[in-house]
Design a protein around this ligand. Structure first.
Ligand SMILES: O=C(O)CCC(=O)C(=O)O
Ligand SMILES: [Fe+2]
Length: 399
């Protein structure tokens, strides 16, 4: 007999104005934002949370990574204005990628519930991965109205008023990493995020030379990457690389003694030139950034490449299987045995795996040739975004 249970309504236009937009973001858009976040995120504003704000991207040499957000922000603003009947009325106050890791939760609240948050009028939360598949817990519950709870599905977006008509909470995440893109909208132009972003972008484009290199990330201060958990913790950059099966090595082309850290602060090595290894092998490419006075590293660059590899790896593996490798494009990655160059960093690997999970079951075989191709793809991707950003800047400048 057919079930008579109908799905819960996805809209409340009464006392608790909110709306669930299913499939608002494509799977590809979700993956791209995940790549940005896993490459750039820092310790978040609450315990067990990692976040990537747009000003942070702009300020750390990743202004080009704002571009994937541009059409999404505009579409979201349109959707919010349309649903809440306030066309041409809203500014975006905050845009950020947030991961809620094991132990993260938030109790009953409304999003404008502090004096310094009163400017917030509406919220949009976009889910970038799936409850059940990617993490456990983390269900969004509303105190009144419908839908009364949201089980996150990648691509879905919930929009609601930021006031006390939509008191809500997020259940504790008990396993995995729950990823969202969260935006707040305001009617007060003094809180508009855009002028702030443009200021950061113009400062960065003036300070980053030569132009061909300025898509290379510039790390923020080390303490921003420290993820504290109970009595332990880890540097987010080390943990991300570790859970993907890689490790950091000293630059073997250098006189190694010159890159040894101060005894008491090995994390400083993350600001120096590095290589990436896997098991007993070290990849020849040196990740470094000699342009920055404070020993800026390419560690983020390593992360970008690693994350990019995992983003694109299934495509690469498919391409490898389907096509005979063209003699012109064949890659020759140079791999060295590790010779004890692995960096000894204060990173609790067990904790890192507990918090970020591992990619051991990603369903494809690792291949350094693919990694080399991915590194080139990452560079093209970054350069292309950089070009688009320059064009946009030029258009804005003449407006
Ligand atoms: O991620 C969610 O589902 C809601 C998050 C939330 O309530 C907040 O950030 O204020
Ligand atoms: Fe909230």
């Amino acid at each position: 007999m057919a079930s008579t249970t109908s799905p819960p309504p996805s809209t409340d236009t009464g006392d608790h104005p909110r709306h669930l937009l299913r499939g608002f973001l494509s799977p590809e858009a979700c993956k791209e934002l995940e790549f940005v976040h896993r490459s750039c995120g820092t310790a978040g504003y609450r315990p067990s949370v990692v976040s990537t704000s747009l000003p942070h991207l702009a300020a750390t040499g990743c202004g080009h990574l704002l571009l994937p957000f541009v059409p999404i922000r505009e579409r979201l603003r349109d959707a919010v204005e349309l649903f809440f009947s306030c066309e041409f009325d809203l500014f975006i106050e905050f845009t950020g990628l947030i991961s809620w890791c094991k132990g993260a939760s938030i109790g009953w609240h409304s999003d404008d519930n502090k004096p310094y948050l009163r400017q917030r009028a509406f919220t949009a939360v976009c889910y970038l991965n799936d409850h059940g598949k990617d993490y456990k817990g983390g269900i969004l519950q509303f105190q009144d109205g419908y839908p009364s709870s949201i089980v996150p599905v990648a691509g879905d977006v919930v929009i609601y008023t930021a006031d006390n008509r939509n008191v809500h909470r997020v259940d504790e995440v008990t396993e995995g990493e729950r990823l969202t893109l969260t935006l707040w909208f305001t009617r007060d132009s003094a809180y508009d995020e855009d002028p702030k972003l443009l200021r950061f972008l113009s400062q960065m484009s003036l300070s980053c030379e030569p132009a061909s290199q300025n898509y290379i990330p510039v790390p923020a201060s080390d303490n921003m990457y420290w993820f504290a958990y109970d009595e332990s913790g880890f540097d987010i950059r080390c943990a991300r690389v570790h859970v993907l099966g890689f490790n950091f090595h000293m630059n073997s082309d250098e006189d190694n003694t010159s890159v040894l850290p101060a005894e008491d602060d090995p994390i400083e090595l993350l600001g120096k030139q590095l290589q990436l290894g896997r098991g007993d092998e070290v990849f020849h490419k040196i990740f470094s950034n000699s342009l920055h006075a404070l020993q800026v590293s390419f560690i983020f660059c390593c992360l970008h490449v690693v994350q990019f590899y995992y983003w694109k790896a299934p495509d690469l593996a498919l391409r490898r299987e389907q096509t005979a490798v063209d003699a012109e494009t064949v890659c020759h990655p140079i791999i060295h045995p590790s010779r004890g160059t692995e960096l000894r960093l204060p990173c609790d690997h067990v904790l890192a795996e507990t918090i970020f999970g591992t990619y051991n079951n990603a369903g494809f075989a690792f291949d350094w040739n693919d990694f080399t191709v991915a590194a080139a793809m990452w560079k093209n991707y970054s350069e292309e975004l950089k070009r688009k950003l320059s064009t946009r800047f030029a258009i804005l400048a003449v407006q």
